[in-house]
Every structure is written in C-alpha cells, then in structure tokens.
Design a protein around this ligand. Structure first.
Ligand SMILES: *[C@@H]1O[C@H](CO)[C@@H](O)[C@H](O)[C@H]1NC(C)=O
Ligand SMILES: *[C@@H]1O[C@H](CO)[C@@H](O)[C@H](O)[C@H]1NC(C)=O
Ligand SMILES: *[C@@H]1O[C@H](CO)[C@@H](O)[C@H](O)[C@H]1NC(C)=O
Length: 258
C-alpha cells in the first residue's frame, strides 16, 4: 500500500517534471487536489512516515519544566500577570506558514496539503514530544486548551473553515492586507461558538504575516512599502485590541531578508 502510493507520487512527479512548466504543474496539482482518494492516501502515507519514532523528531524527552510550579489558583486579571495555566484558548492568523502548507511534504506533491495540526503556532496534533508547537506546550499547563487545529486541509480550498481547523484563520497566500479580514473572522468565530467563553477565557493569538508581501515587493513597490505593510498590520492589531477581551497577541515579526 505505502509502496503503491510512493510509486504513484513519484510517477506523477516524473510526468510533471518532464514538461517543467509552472502552469502545467499548477494544473496537475489542481487536478490531484480534487482526487480525494489520492490526497487521503498521501496524507496517511506521509503521516506514517513522519510518525516513525526517530524520523525528524528525534528522541522522546520529558517536558523540561514543571507545569504546576508557579501555578496560581487566581486567574490573571491583567496580561502582565498572565501564566501559561491561565491560557484557555489559542488562535492564529497569517499565511501558509501558519496553515503549515506542506509541513510534511517530502515531495512537491506534499504541497497539496496544509498540515494544520502540525502548525508551530496553532497545531495540536499529538503532544509536545512529537510536535513541538505552541499549543502542545500550553497543553502541558492547560490540558483542556481550546482552539487549536488538528489534522489537515487541502491547499487553497476552504482550509480556513474546515471542521478540524479550530481558531486558525490563516490562509495560504495571505498578505498583510488580508489580516483585517482574518482578525474579524477570528473575532466572529470566538463569539459564535459557545465552546469559548468570550469574556472570561484568556486567549493567545499568534499573528505572523509578511513572507508573501516581501515576494510581491518588486511587482508594485508603492503598494508594498514598509509604511503600507505596517498600516495593514496596525489596523488588524487595533481591531483585535478593541474587540477581544483577555487576549495576548503574539506578534511575530516578518523575516529579515536582505
Ligand atoms: C485517484 O487516486 C487514486 C489513488 O492514488 C487512484 O487509484 C485513482 O486512479 C485516482 N483517480 C483519478 C480519477 O485520477
Ligand atoms: C496570583 O495571581 C494574583 C492575581 O493575578 C496575584 O495578585 C498574586 O500575586 C499571584 N500570586 C503569586 C504567588 O504569584
Ligand atoms: C470562511 O468563511 C467565511 C465566512 O464565515 C468566509 O468569509 C470565507 O471566505 C471562508 N473562507 C474560505 C477559504 O472559504
């Protein structure tokens, strides 16, 4: 079974590579992404591969901190008192780096899948031992943490709204000017779902965008100036600040590329 999938992945790639042409490649990937059997089998195959104990993730280790140390029975009332055990809800906005596009890819066909359950900022598959993500670390302190993503979605479809996605409103291809919209979507989603206590749950929201903005810079140098970028990010931050009570926004800076 695994062997068959490997063969089909490689034969498909080989046939794509023969005519190495980006349009054809995108068309082929599009076609493949519609084949649910293929995507499901590919996902299982790569998941099994990456689940081998020493593949990529290395040796098991014990959690290096004592989760009950410094525990405080009183819930923080200010962000300055916030402890990991206060955090009840986790969310994220951004682009493919937050959607975990191709996080388990070992061939280019892996770009069919957003491995949202493995995302560094919002993925909650397995535990910290296998997937060292922010939710899996916080889960050591708050076992009933809510909002993290599990499993996967198909790239460029409705991953933002897929059922296992939780509060991961990131979308592959996202740019700074999409963040206001994502912030609104996040706020609406927390409000609409009674799983979350909008007013009382402490929320950690990781905000990371900019890779695609940088790639676009040369295309329109006026539209992608640092001022435009910071303006869009500020608008989204202002909305989060005005609308979400008890929230710690974890703003991750755009990569410094020179
Ligand atoms: C879909 O994928 C499966 C599994 O790889 C394959 O057997 C089948 O032929 C594919 N279907 C189409 C229409 O390409
Ligand atoms: C526990 O939290 C409360 C409110 O956040 C704070 O006033 C108090 O100092 C904390 N206690 C300890 C031991 O940190
Ligand atoms: C997800 O749902 C929202 C409405 O709740 C919609 O605005 C958005 O376009 C949807 N996203 C995708 C990728 O389908």
């Amino acid at each position: 079974m695994q062997f068959t999938i490997a063969i089909s992945v490689f034969s498909i790639l080989f046939s794509i590579n023969v005519g190495l042409n980006i349009d054809e490649y995108v068309k082929e990937i599009d076609k493949l992404s519609l084949n649910e059997t293929f995507v499901e089998e590919y996902y299982k195959w790569s998941f099994d591969l990456f689940s081998q104990p020493d593949y990529l993730y290395g040796e098991k280790m014990n959690f290096p901190c004592n989760p009950s140390l410094g525990d405080n029975k009183t819930t923080a009332t200010s962000v300055h008192q916030l402890r990991p055990s206060d955090v009840k809800v986790i969310g994220a906005l951004g682009d493919s780096l937050t959607a975990a596009l191709g996080a388990h890819a070992i061939t280019i066909a892996g770009l069919l899948v957003e491995n949202r359950g493995l995302s560094w900022s919002i993925g909650g598959d397995h535990n910290f031992n296998k997937v060292m993500s922010l939710p899996n670390i916080v889960k050591q302190y708050t076992p009933n943490l809510k909002g993290y993503s599990t499993k996967f979605s198909i790239s460029f479809l409705n991953g933002q709204n897929s059922s296992n996605n939780g509060l991961n409103v990131a979308k592959s291809g996202g740019r700074s000017y999409h963040m206001l919209n994502q912030a609104q979507m996040l706020i609406d989603r927390i409000k609409a779902d009674k799983t979350y206590d909008f007013n009382n749950d402490w929320k950690v929201v990781t905000f990371f965008v900019g890779g695609n903005d940088l790639c676009d810079f040369c295309v329109d140098t006026n539209m992608h100036t640092p001022e435009e970028f910071t303006g869009y990010v500020r608008d989204a931050l202002d909305l989060l600040h005005a609308s979400l009570p008890r929230t710690f926004v974890n703003l991750v800076l755009v990569l410094d590329i020179r």
